[in-house]
Design a protein around this ligand. Structure first.
Ligand code: X6L
Ligand code: MG
Ligand code: MG
Length: 173
């Protein structure tokens, strides 16, 4: 059984872009996870605890046979491998990996709530998500236009367009 999962990535410490890119590569190397799509990388103002450096954030779409709890374990191992230390709540991190959506399932366990409970309040999450998500993968009540019209989009800017993105205009002779 192949499951469609959207994962948010974030980094605001050290070689931020390097952490994101290596994380995507490592996730893709996992035997039971295939990376299907990558959003652009966005530079984003810190939210929650604001006295910290700007983040780079992105979202990927993966296919996996892993159950949600097993996927969470794999992602937490990657966070740890990439030097994540849990010090200040909402504080600086080398790599943060959050499961946003798992098929259309609603999951609520001690360790995991899916859909991610605050994702639609956080522009650094929903802007890269709606860049790559197919409508069929989003909850039916989600309206892209409404989200993109929101004020809190400020503070979220494309930092590096997605690889293999639109390059027309550069190649025309
Ligand atoms: C009031 C209280 C309003 C708390 C917002 C928002 C808390 C977001 C935590 C909040 C509140 C978070 C990132 C970040 C964090 C990230 C950017 C969090 C967890 N992670 N800011 N802040 N990107 N731009 O990945 O999401 S801490
Ligand atoms: Mg997070
Ligand atoms: Mg997290």
């Amino acid at each position: 059984m192949m499951n469609i999962v959207y994962i948010a990535l974030g980094s605001n410490q050290g070689d931020r872009a390097g952490y994101l890119q290596e994380a995507v590569e490592e996730i893709g190397r996992h035997e039971q996870i295939m990376v299907e799509k990558e959003s652009s990388i966005y530079e984003t103002d810190p939210v929650g605890y604001t006295e910290q450096d700007k983040f780079l954030n992105m979202v990927i779409k993966v296919n996996t046979q892993l159950a949600p709890a097993d996927l969470l374990k794999v992602l937490q191992e990657f966070e740890y491998f990439f030097g994540r230390k849990r010090e200040i709540r909402w504080g600086p991190r080398t790599l943060d990996l959050d499961i946003l959506l798992y098929n259309q399932e609603n999951i609520e366990t001690e360790e995991l709530i899916i859909p991610h409970p605050r994702m639609w309040e956080r522009a650094f999450v929903f802007i890269p998500l709606i860049e790559i998500a197919e409508s069929k993968d989003l909850p039916v009540e989600i309206n892209r236009k409404e989200l993109l019209a929101r004020q809190d989009r400020e503070g979220v800017h494309v930092w590096k367009p997605k690889s293999g993105g639109d390059v027309s205009g550069l190649t025309e002779s």
